[in-house]
Design a protein around this ligand. Structure first.
Ligand SMILES: Cc1cc2nc3c(=O)[nH]c(=O)nc-3n(C[C@H](O)[C@H](O)[C@H](O)COP(=O)(O)OP(=O)(O)OC[C@H]3O[C@@H](n4cnc5c(N)ncnc54)[C@H](O)[C@@H]3O)c2cc1C
Length: 399
């Protein structure tokens, strides 16, 4: 591929867009990242902290295969570029196998040495259960050895830190078309301007590149419908709310020292400028594109935490009862019908050079870096880091 062809515009500076930009920049591409937000990481990726874990299934379905590999991919980057203890902590994740209706899940067999799960997931030990304030009777809780919590903003900033990546904020892509003569995409960009005491205004500009990656998160279905006039492929927004607070009176030993997942999630001991914080959530509101905090969302999170970790919930009761101490964050994810991300060319025949990287669902931390690498390998025409079957399973349009 010629050097002039190795130019791309990535639309969206969340986990997916930043990971795409980095994967391409690491392969010698020049990348311009546009986002309608002022700074990077303003969409669903602005969740203050998230859990890095794999989707566990006894039959090892495609999402399990992908998340198992994706988790390692993100971990490697975190180890090399983030500060452990401050930006992330890779000390494992306890996963409670709880179903929403309390029905028993199929028993998890301890993985043998030749199992794909060996080294990834084992049955939780009595000590791990006790650290989470749970009884040793919970024999079906799992331990994800490579699990971690991560601050997405720190990850996105580290991904974007590359001399071949430039970022323009307040830049909303309103329309795009391909110049057949040059083979380049022309993106019409609305540049939002905010002038103190004078309100807001905007200008327009055009950006061009032979390749474009759409990493629009929850805005993807509307963009596909309204700008490209194509089907939204069942992609849908799911709004969610996280509840959080500072440790306050709760002694650190009374809260699990690792992230806990399985019926919502819980993370504590996360350093913030105001002291260590805990986070729990999240709620799921389908087809809601506008994030908003609500008392009902907090209530749902409190109820779920009481079921996931009764002891921790009890310790934090004081914060839940005090509206001045209870904080929240709301955002929107983009999900697909089968929970697999959408990665690859949108439609090579109709839109040459246009690619999708979206539908990370509730697993943007686990999936974005690996999926970005899959996309970059496709653009470079080199083998993907996952099986061809998985590559095809993520294709927006099956080839
Ligand atoms: C409540 C909640 C809790 C979560 N918890 C976890 C967790 O614990 N672990 C985990 O792995 N994941 C978690 N997630 C999911 C994770 O946040 C998402 O998977 C991830 O943010 C998706 O990243 P993205 O880059 O695809 O989308 P986004 O971060 O939403 O980025 C899309 C970007 O595109 C920009 N954009 C859209 N349209 C345009 C346009 N026309 N022009 C210019 N820019 C545009 C937006 O401004 C935005 O910045 C959670 C999500 C939520 C909402």
């Amino acid at each position: 591929m010629s050097e002039t062809a190795k130019q791309a515009i990535v639309v969206g500076a969340g986990l997916a867009g930043a990971a795409a930009a980095r994967a391409l920049a690491d392969k010698g591409w020049q990348v311009l990242v546009l986002d309608m937000g002022t700074e990077v990481c303003g969409g669903g990726s602005a969740v203050p902290v998230g859990v890095l874990s794999c989707h566990v299934s006894i039959d090892d379905n495609p999402l399990s295969q992908l998340t198992r590999e994706g988790l390692l991919w993100t971990r490697r980057f975190a180890q090399a570029h983030l500060q452990e203890g401050l930006d992330w902590l890779g000390n494992g994740v306890l996963e409670r196998r709880m179903s929403p209706d309390n029905s028993a899940k199929k028993a998890w067999p301890e993985p043998e040495a030749n199992s794909v799960w060996h080294g990834h997931v084992s049955l939780a030990t009595a000590e791990q259960l006790s650290q989470a304030g749970l009884s040793a009777d919970d024999t079906q809780a799992l331990w994800q050895h490579q699990g971690a919590w991560i601050k997405p903003l720190a990850l996105v900033r580290a991904l974007m830190k590359h001399e071949a990546i430039s970022f323009v904020g307040r830049a909303e892509v309103e329309s795009m078309q391909r110049n057949v003569a040059t083979g380049e995409w022309m993106l019409r960009v609305k540049n939002h301007i905010s002038i103190p005491n004078m309100g807001s205004s905007h200008t327009y500009s055009t950006e061009t590149a032979p390749h474009v990656v759409l990493a629009l998160g929850a805005h993807t279905p509307d963009f596909l419908n309204q700008v490209l006039y194509v089907d939204h492929m069942g992609l849908h927004p799911i709004a969610g709310q996280v509840s959080w607070g500072l440790h306050g009176d709760a002694s650190p030993e009374s809260l699990p020292p690792f992230a806990v997942n399985g019926h919502g999630s819980f993370v504590s001991g996360v350093p913030t400028v105001d002291g260590n914080a805990w986070y729990t959530g999240a709620t799921f509101v389908r087809q809601d594109i506008k994030p908003s905090l609500s008392a009902q969302g907090h209530q749902e999170n409190q109820q779920r935490l009481a079921e996931l970790l009764p002891h921790a919930a009890q310790q934090l009761q004081g914060t839940w009862d005090d509206a001045t101490r209870l904080k929240g964050w709301a955002g929107v994810r983009c999900a697909s019908v089968n929970r697999m991300p959408k990665v690859g060319p949108l439609d090579e025949a109709q839109f040459p050079g246009l690619h999708l990287l979206t539908a990370m669902g509730s697993r943007g931390l686990t999936l974005s870096l690996l999926c970005a690498e899959v996309l970059a390998c496709h653009l470079e025409q080199t083998p993907a880091p996952v099986s061809e079957k998985l590559v095809q399973a993520m294709r927006p349009i099956k080839s």
